[in-house]
Ligand binder design. Sequence first.
Ligand code: PLP
Length: 466
Amino acid sequence: MKQSSPRKTWVAPSIRSHNSGLNKFGAARHHLVTEAIEGTPVAELIARFGSPLFVFSEKRLRENARRLKRAFATRWPRVINAWSYKTNYLGAVCNTLHQEGYWAEVVSAFEYEKARALGVPGNRIIFNGPYKPLAALERAAAEGARIHLDSLDELYSLEEVARRLGKALPVGIRLNFDTGLTDPWSRFGFNLESGQALDAARRVASSPHLKLTGLHSHIGTFITDPRAYAAAVRILTAFMDTVETQTGTLIEYLDIGGGFASRNALQGVYLPPEQLVPSPEQYAEAVCDALMAGTRDREARGFPRPVLVLETGRAVVDDAGSLITSVASNKRLPDGRRGVVLDAGVNLLFTAFWYNHDVRPARRPEGIPEETVLYGPLCMNIDVMRQSVQMPPLVVGDLLVFNPAGAYNNSQWLQFIEYRPNVVMLMEGGGVEVVRVREDLAVVTAQERLPERLSRPFSEGCDDAV
Ligand SMILES: Cc1ncc(COP(=O)(O)O)c(C=O)c1O
């Protein structure tokens, strides 16, 4: 008898362009997978902690922090590294960085309070930002924080606070200027080109209650050209000389803010991060060379070289954080593209509005990759995680890993439509710890109060439709 061969499943014919996996813009990514993070299988993490899930690597965080610190400490004698709280203020992240010697850089009363609650002493806090309520200024001044003035009104308030405290309070002023290589963030601090900054410096220097000890700038975020920092340092050192000559004060430190790029892909930028993003050493080289040149004659004049302060955020934390999400459904869009709905959207990965995060399946893909739109779970048209990405066929329950996802998501995420999920940390010595517990109805409604009159949804006779 003739043996029947097993039936093959019919597969739709398709035409695929030949792709060697590499072009001038770098390696193709659609064959890449992330089966495990730091050796822990992604599927195991989801089975234990649920989906979606943020995962931080303590090891990576510490390595990034140490590398950045070393890059500057080996090039400049006196450096203070501060951790930018707004980039990620999960306690576990902040304290990992504090343990690495990072100070806290905060921009609000809440962030100040959080740093203090974590145990950071006031004199290890840098207080920036355009809005510092009087009570926060009073507390920060009393506790010895480094306050950076943002406006004349703030200067007057702080002067009054200092007068009441009865001491000459050391302060810094925030400057904004045009580096020629970045868009000036002119809404923060005092403008240098217009003369505002020098006026503010003179005003502080002439106050019996304030003492000008620092100059601060933050030229922007995700700055991929180290020359922009060299330009900023040239401007800052020249301004420092002018201020010192004209007012007789001694500037003790120059704070160049944050802004170093992380290994992420800004939308509209064609080069992949591995080709575009400078290393910490390249930033350090540019900054410290300019600093050396700009302060060369200080010692001859009997002035010490200023302390260099950094307020790094994304470059330290971004790739230490990943977001794991599950496929909820597939659909075919009218234009022929594939749409995939995930259980995490812009409510969790807020930075998806600006970045094309690297996203990889957690298992070896089978089938032909095709152009796919990744949607989040929100019933909102704006909820798009990736407008276009090559993905193999995915089935419900498949896991995708977004990385880097550690910067500006756990601080900017929204409790909107969905609860926020568990956040875990892979501990350096082994094991996984929950560092933020997933929300539930009780957490989300804890602050609500129902007036007695509104305590029931329907009142007698009002339920017309039934
Ligand atoms: C004053 C200040 N310092 C530091 C940072 C950290 O910036 P980044 O995360 O780009 O390093 C920011 C962020 O915008 C900032 O406003």
